[in-house]
Design a protein around this ligand. Sequence first.
Ligand code: ADP
Ligand code: MG
Length: 575
Amino acid sequence: MPIQILPEEIVSQIAAGEVVERPSSVVKELVENSIDAGAREIRVEARAGGKRYIRVSDDGCGIPAAEVELAFRRHSTSKLTSAADLARITTLGFRGEALASIAAVSRVTCETRAADEPTGTLLRLEAGQIVMRRESGRPPGTSVTVEDLFFNMPARRKFLRADRTEQGHIDAWLTRYALAYPELRFTLIQDGKEVFRSPGSGRLRDVLIAVYGLEVGAAALEIAPSAGAAEEEVMVYGFVSPPSLHRANRGYITIFVNGRWVQDTLLSYAIVQAYHTLLPAGRYPLAVVMVRLPPEEVDVNVHPAKSEVRFRDGDMVFRAVQKAVRRTLSEQATQALPSPYLARPVPPSREQDEAREVRRERLAALSTEQMRLDLPSRGLEVRTRLPPLRVVGQVSATYIVAEGEAGMYLIDQHAAHERVLFEQLLAEKEGAGIASQVLLEPRLVQLSPEAASLVSRHTELLERLGFLVEPFGGATLLVRALPAIVAQVDPLQVMEDVAAALSTGDAPISLPIEDAVLRHVCKRAAIKAGQVLTHAEMEQLVRALEQCANPHTCPHGRPTMILVSMEQVTREFGR
Ligand code: ADP
Ligand code: MG
């Protein structure tokens, strides 16, 4: 084939491919533009994981009517004028590529009005070609709507993942920017449902609470400013988790350099290392770390997606981050932390109020259950701990007969084992983490679409409980690891249980759901009724039950045992 210059249309599709990888890249670029435009409020709406529809609206400076078409041309930007500027970038954008790239591979509608102009403009493009332009009577600010992403690039479109997965990527980008810009109000609406909102209070801790929940938000340690902070080249601030709070992977370490989210293995290593012996092996901290340094110290022009940076003096930045985290841990981690923040009211918003209301109801439900567990039922001992018992035998391959000083115990072997496993898992969860076992071969399991999507939305929560599960397209999940106690059980059964547990609760209230999942896991792992046990096995189970804090009920609240007191026996026999 002779050498040819590629047609413009193909050139722009290739270029677009570097900037726009998936729907979340569109969200990221548009949100960056809104931030650069000085917006206070940024609202993102997506449908079908952004594949069908994305709209980002802001109340920023808007685009002057005379420049709207220009904004969609390749290499057109208002943020750079000379090569010298490139060495000191202070905006998130500068390449002048995003709008052109997005427009080349979708149908875009841009409605914008500059604050100092009487009317706005509506411009519509398809595959990069302008198809409509008219005046618009909108308030100052900009909204960009992107429909049918990759409609003209079927190869790309095919590579997009399930809606849930794409939604997850959008979630991730929006929460990152919300953390980096606490003074801005971000709202994210997926398929018509508000899934995230940051209060815009200017306080990073408020955003932490919005993203990770009250527990993490309240426990997080604010990075202590160093004594000579003002003179130092590198400023480090943000939050890190106390050593008691950790996660199974590095995914909870978020780093920003000059307000830009970066994926930097070295800096994330600096943070992990600052904890050195403080964390159990294989566990990682949560951290939101902001690094500020003079713009000429950092090169952001490394990659079209701009999430990699190069430092002029990387060692200096590494040391600054590590020192700041160490100092924070040594100053604060040793203090007992009855956080004053828990007592302080969280900034009000109706949604947060509702979320709190739900949480309160859940907690109330939980404590009622707790009360039920603690209340003695008829025929049960009032004492919580069990006295030492002597195993007599098994009845009907279902009940263990044992003798204690109060009389005869009939123990339901399944319920008792559930209780033992449940307390074991709770202890592991509080301690070094729930023992997890990687399957020799990852297993694909097929659930109902609702069940699969529920599980996919909770992969992080499940990871804390010893599961490693990934969405695999459609209603299929890839199971890589399970809690060790169910490692021998069919993963399909386990995942069905998990989905059943998840359907009893919803995302932000992770505490009761985690317990619900654990209960289901224990139920699945426990010895069944009808299973013949050796004397030694019965001994072992009864000893373990004696160690339990709540031996009298299974995790679902049913009794594990019936006590027939000696008085009762005497009375029945009329002695
Ligand atoms: P860059 O952000 O690198 O400059 P873009 O293609 O993302 O390139 O945007 C091109 C130009 O369009 C920007 O430089 C800016 O002037 C204008 N623009 C884009 N989005 C907005 C917005 N939300 N508000 C105001 N101006 C915008
Ligand atoms: Mg931009």
